[in-house]
Design a binder for this molecule. Structure first.
Ligand code: ADP
Ligand code: ASP
Ligand code: MG
Length: 593
């Protein structure tokens, strides 16, 4: 018999009427001949309320106790849901994470799933019950209750769909699908018919709160097609599958992380191992960082900046200050009034000029870009919080995201099919770590050169001018990083381009140097880009660290860095390329597929 997992978010179970409506949906699916597992979130804003209550009593509540408290939200809703099913004359059994056997590690408040037992759920289903699973929670090896991180019920749902080899995983929420950006921020946003795992993964981790990013990691890893749809209407919704909606467009979505902090360690000794110390201190505290930017040091000193979610400010500052002291950095500064605006698209890999279009639109709207990082399928800029929403709407408009793409890619058999995963689900279930790291490749690109512009002034439009000219010269830029504007109001802008284009790139930079008052331009004709690719690399904070450690141990200095969900890239001196590749291959040998 087909099996369906249906997940209902907080607003979809906010009151008794809505709980009954959700129960009717599940019963209907059962009557249509399916076995049904419901995954339910806490009612309405219940989790926020509990977090607030904890804060009234303790500024730093112990994480174990917070999990004990927060897990009660879901326990309330599964019990009520089971009562609703019974009141409608059907059989339903509620189960907590512990009762299902969702085993996690012990990282309270952001635990990762290790394994899930299916026997009890399967038995209940075979007896004709609707199984009602509490989202967002599990237990660790000491039987302590853990939670998976805010928004984690999505992850419970997709994980259950994976282990039960479900035929469908439906995410019922308060929007009728995945939009090109948050429709509550930009009413002009457009619902997508489908979106690829990789794009959804990036968007989710860059602020599109409609899906928990780890749920998308699971879906990709185990080939679970996800169907996001409205609890309140019967509209078609959006499928999250292997293929993008269109192969023609460069950008398919935009996202905003409103509350970010930027932290910068100034005067970091530019020697192998400095970044390792900083990021290992952060990884020890399981802090997920983004937009890592290192200035190429002119005087043996570099500035290292990164962004983190604002709720991590205190912990991230503590970690960075601790590291700064160890490595002898000059000081640590931060800004907690910044937001990150990003565009995402698989098509970016094939098109030039995407970055310059984004920068151009922002400068025309008078938005100043404080920092830039790019990866193969995303561009992120850091802006002041006050202009964040305007920035998001500006880029949405610039890439015509409100308009459907001219050519839609039809859903192929492959993308709509379940369980195409090369991974052996059963083996994973019995072994440790459903959410363990998977690395599929470590690669070396020796065709790159680097240009660095020092002393970039703090005014809108500078990056635009540079990349307009670069694009006009037909140069295909790969990585772009711009550091933050320091105390002197100046930033450093670096980019990589094919070796054959180095001369042209330097000429472009030099031609702008006078009018834009750059301090100096340096370049390297021979850099090597090393990439580690896999699934969920950013939430596995250990990946960057493993890379930095391996390179530091080999005495190799890291010049530029960029991270995405599917890849971490570092740029090193070209002469070190082969050696760096060998040591990274060795460092990841145990997790390579
Ligand atoms: P639930 O409680 O059902 O899990 P969430 O609040 O977690 O619901 O997620 C749904 C919300 O995600 C929407 O109300 C919407 O404001 C927000 N959102 C952010 N980005 C997007 C997007 N790209 N598409 C759709 N919704 C989005
Ligand atoms: N109730 C939890 C939260 O609010 C989990 C979820 O809704 O996904 O974060
Ligand atoms: Mg949610």
């Amino acid at each position: 018999m087909p099996l369906i997992v249906q997940k209902f978010g907080g607003t979809s179970v906010a009151d008794s009427e809505k709980i009954l409506a959700a129960a009717r949906k599940a019963i209907r699916a059962q009557q249509e001949g399916n076995q049904v597992v419901m995954v339910v979130s806490a009612m309405g804003k219940n989790t926020d309320m509990l977090v607030g209550l904890a804060a009234e009593i303790n500024d730093h509540p112990p994480a174990r106790e917070l999990d004990m408290l927060l897990s009660t939200g879901e326990q309330v809703s599964v019990a009520l849901m089971a009562m609703a099913i019974h009141s409608l004359g059907h059989k339903g059994v509620s189960l907590t994470g512990g009762q299902i056997g969702i085993k996690t590690d012990s990282t309270h408040t952001k635990a990762r799933i290790r394994s899930i037992s299916t026997e009890r759920m399967q038995r209940l289903l075979d007896e004709g019950n609707i199984v009602i699973a509490a989202g967002f929670q599990g237990i660790d090896e000491n039987f302590d209750i853990t939670t998976l991180g805010r928004g984690g019920s999505d992850t419970t749902a997709v994980a259950l769909a994976a282990v039960l080899q479900a035929d469908a995983c439906e995410i019922y929420t308060d929007v009728d699908g995945v939009y090109t950006t948050d429709p509550r921020v930009s009413p002009e946003a457009r619902r997508m018919s489908h979106i690829s795992y990789d794009e959804m993964l990036e968007l989710a981790s860059l602020g599109a709160g409609v899906m928990h990013s780890r749920a998308v990691e699971f879906a990709k890893k185990f080939s679970v097609p996800i169907h996001v749809r409205s609890s309140f209407t019967d509209l078609p919704g959006t499928l999250i599958v292997a293929d993008p909606e269109s192969n023609d467009v460069a950008v398919s979505g935009a996202a905003l992380t409103k509350n970010e902090v930027r932290i910068t360690a100034l005067g970091v000794p530019d020697v192998p191992g400095s970044i390792l110390t900083i990021f290992s201190r952060l990884a020890d505290r399981a802090i997920t960082v983004d937009m890592i930017v290192q200035n190429i040091g002119l005087d043996g000193q570099a500035d290292v900046s990164f962004t983190a979610p604002s709720e991590e400010l205190a912990a991230a500052l503590e970690a960075t200050r601790d590291a700064a002291q160890t490595i002898g950095a000059v000081r640590v500064v931060y800004d907690d009034m910044v937001s990150k605006v990003s565009v995402v698209g698989l098509g970016m890999e094939r098109q030039t000029g995407v970055a310059n279009e984004m920068f151009g639109a922002l400068s025309q709207a008078g938005v100043n870009i404080q920092m830039i990082t790019t990866s193969e399928i995303k561009i992120s800029v850091l802006v002041e919080q006050a202009s964040a929403q305007r920035a998001l709407r500006t880029v949405h408009q610039a890439f015509n995201l409100d308009q459907p793409p001219k050519h839609l890619t039809p859903l192929t058999e492959r993308s709509a099919q379940k369980n195409q995963s090369p991974l052996d689900v059963v083996a994973l279930l019995q072994g440790a770590g459903m959410e363990d790291l998977i690395i599929d490749a470590v690669t070396l690109d020796q065709d790159q050169s680097r240009v660095t512009i020092n002393g970039v002034p703090d005014s809108p439009g500078v990056a635009t001018k540079v990349f307009e000219e670069v694009a006009a010269a037909g140069i295909f830029v790969d990585m772009i990083v711009q550091s933050y504007h320091g105390d002197d109001g100046l930033a450093t802008l670096s980019f990589t381009a094919p070796k054959a284009d180095l001369k042209k790139s330097v000429l472009v930079a030099e031609s702008l140097a006078k009018s834009l008052q750059f301090h100096s331009i340096t370049s390297s004709a021979d850099v090597a880009k090393l990439s580690v690719s896999g699934i969920g690399l950013r939430s596995h904070t250990s990946v960057g660290m493993r890379m930095f450690r391996a390179l530091a141990d080999a005495g190799i200095n890291v010049g530029m860095i960029n991270t995405s969900e599917v890849r971490v890239n570092v740029v090193v001196d070209g002469a070190q390329g082969e050696r760096a590749l060998a040591c990274l291959q060795q460092a990841f040998a145990d997790v390579m597929q």
